[in-house]
Design a protein around this ligand. Structure first.
Ligand code: FAD
Length: 286
């Protein structure tokens, strides 16, 4: 196995472009190294991106945030300004693993591992986050919602790397939330996850994004669920319509963690609860 520690992203993708066999970028390694040790994926080429300048930075960018690709969940939780603006995103990341895993795991690793149950991904979908990607032909910015393409698959080419995550400006009167259901109290994979991000004008919801994890081959952005609550004050009828739209979007698997019927029902329950938290946060932020 070759192990590389490039000093910039251009070198990182050039190594990836020339590599033969299985290539992996190494951020926190909490997926890559676990898969390696379990003989699930043995990379021929491992490209550690943690020596690249700026990858550990959380910085202001156009009123929003630029989060480096090696920033860990623990570092996000300790960033009080980011947490105050995007509590749902930070909480989603904070749900990942144990204290030890928190000291390594990154947003980009969670996204690029391609799990439909990845906890930070619904929160990033709901936030309207995007990523910068570099490849041999240059750079581009892509919505996070366009990255996952199936279980374990993304729209990135083998010789492309993500260089940063961009979180939009919070703006006035906004709030987000992420909730998941797991069969035990911690350290398990989401049976269902739900992210909600919304803005209010007075008591009325003026903008909303609703996302679901672990109920389809990829994380879903559910426009019908957002439409069900936009223009409402999250009254009972809006909550019922939201839950129905969330459940209707589900196309889950049946496994030991939850049946199709259970996941479909829980998607509606979590959508209601996450929407209520996001709504209360948005109104409190006035
Ligand atoms: C004990 C344990 C508990 C866990 N619990 C959870 C949980 O509750 N919820 C959850 O969602 N996940 C969980 N995970 C999975 C894992 O911790 C997360 O997916 C984590 O966010 C991965 O980030 P990482 O930086 O460690 O990724 P890595 O393992 O370094 O990389 C993961 C993937 O991302 C790719 N990658 C990394 N950086 C880049 C880049 N810059 N550009 C392109 N591709 C890149 C790699 O090639 C690889 O395919 C758990 C893992 C463990 C070991």
């Amino acid at each position: 196995m070759q192990y590389h520690t490039p000093g910039n992203f251009e070198d990182a993708v050039s190594i990836a472009a020339k590599a033969d066999g299985v290539t992996r970028f190494l951020a926190g390694g909490t997926d890559v190294l676990v898969q390696l040790r379990a003989d699930i994926v043995t990379p021929d080429v491992l490209i550690d991106i943690k020596k690249i300048d700026g990858v550990k930075d959380i910085a202001r960018e156009g009123g929003g945030w630029r989060i480096g690709v090696a920033v860990t969940g623990a570092e996000m939780s300790e960033h009080s300004e980011l947490e105050a603006e995007w509590p749902g995103l930070v909480e989603a990341m904070d749900l990942i693993g144990s204290t030890q895993v928190q000291g390594r795991a990154t947003l980009v690793g969670n996204l690029c591992n391609g799990s439909p149950a990845a906890d930070s991904v619904p929160a990033m979908f709901a936030a309207g986050a995007s990523v910068s990607i570099i490849g041999p032909n240059g750079s581009r910015k892509v919505a996070v919602a366009d990255i996952p393409t199936g279980p374990g698959r993304t729209s990135l080419e083998k010789d492309e790397a993500i260089t940063a995550v961009h979180i939009p400006a919070r703006g006035k009167n906004g709030g987000d939330a992420y909730l998941r259901f797991i069969p035990r109290t911690e350290m398990d994979i989401a049976v269902v996850g739900c992210g909600v991000n919304l803005r209010v004008d007075g008591d009325t919801i003026s903008e909303a994004r609703v996302s679901l994890g672990a109920v389809a081959p990829t994380v879903l952005l559910v426009q019908a669920a957002a439409d069900a609550i936009i223009g409402t004050s999250l009254d009972d009828a809006a909550m019922d319509a939201l839950a129905a739209a969330a459940s209707a979007a589900c196309n889950p698997i049946d496994d030991k963690r939850g049946t199709i019927k259970f996941r479909t029902h829980v998607a509606g329950v979590l959508a209601r609860r996450a929407a209520k938290i996001a709504y209360d946060r948005a109104r409190a932020s006035k």
